[in-house]
Design a protein around this ligand. Sequence first.
Ligand SMILES: [Zn+2]
Length: 352
Amino acid sequence: MMKKNLRNLKYLLCMLASIALVGCSNAGEDLDIGTESISTSTESHDVENVDETAENAKAGDASADGSTTDASAATSETSTAGSFSGDLASYGLDTAKLAKEGIKVEKEIAPYGVVLSTEKEYACPFCGTVLESHISEAFQLDSKYSEHALKINEELRGKMSEGLKYEGIIGGQSEEDAYDGIAPSLPADDSECDYHKEEVEGNPGAGSTFCDEVHIIDNRYLLIDTSYYYYTGGVHGMSSADQIIYDLSTGESLKAQNFTKCTEEELKALVAEKVKEEYAKRPDDFYAKSADEAYKDAYDIISFDSSNIFFYDDKVTYRFNPYDIGPYGATFVDIDFSYKDFSGTDTLTRIK
Ligand SMILES: [Zn+2]
């Protein structure tokens, strides 16, 4: 009840905000409403793509490229995957050491670098059932692109290791422990083993991290499109995505907020307004029963923290995860807008 009231309040506030704001490029300046034409070209991702990712992840097929988007495949800055037989020295990598750690070179993303891949399985110590299976990928930048490449690569390999951590998502950690914030651990006794053998055997939980695409904008910003797949039991898993951003001139890891003066409320109003337009074109991709409801659903969920903002050469995309604002069949819902709307600039420009 409380939650519903809060939602309604937020809705009211955002409706008010939407009257005043079209984009956030004018933040702090005179408002200039309605003169910018808003780009609404949005590509819908087909269902097969995500299902394929899911199937591959479940089957432990590390060759899945996990690709859920081809949004910028046409731009010259975007590269595609291929096999790699080159030298790893320019990545600060030692082939023998990688092999010892169970890490392999999964693919090349020419000309920028390579993708490493590693896998880990966790079995119940009592019945031997595999409870979780992880696949984790990390992009490695060719050092010719930045004097900070080796530091960046080390951080990216650190993220890859994080992706292998046991999460206790099926048959391990109890729900109470999870709510208490206790770190996930393998089962402490055999009390769950009947469940392991009946339900989990051959169908382990999965936590996968895939490096899908890499872009470099303005010879300065490295953008790594990353997608995640989790399987926690049931019919199918959950997918999410984010873009890892580095400033190649400083080696810093950046967030979307580094590129805009937009407040979170302005971001919400900007994206939700586009969702409303998109709803009119393909209502079946949304839970909402009306355009205003689609606006409200989107407004509630949009945030800078959700990491769903993707930068491309010629547009900014807010990528809603499956289930965020529409049913699973609609998969990711991409809402595109211009750099003008996002930051009042012509292209990706760091302002802080
Ligand atoms: Zn067991």
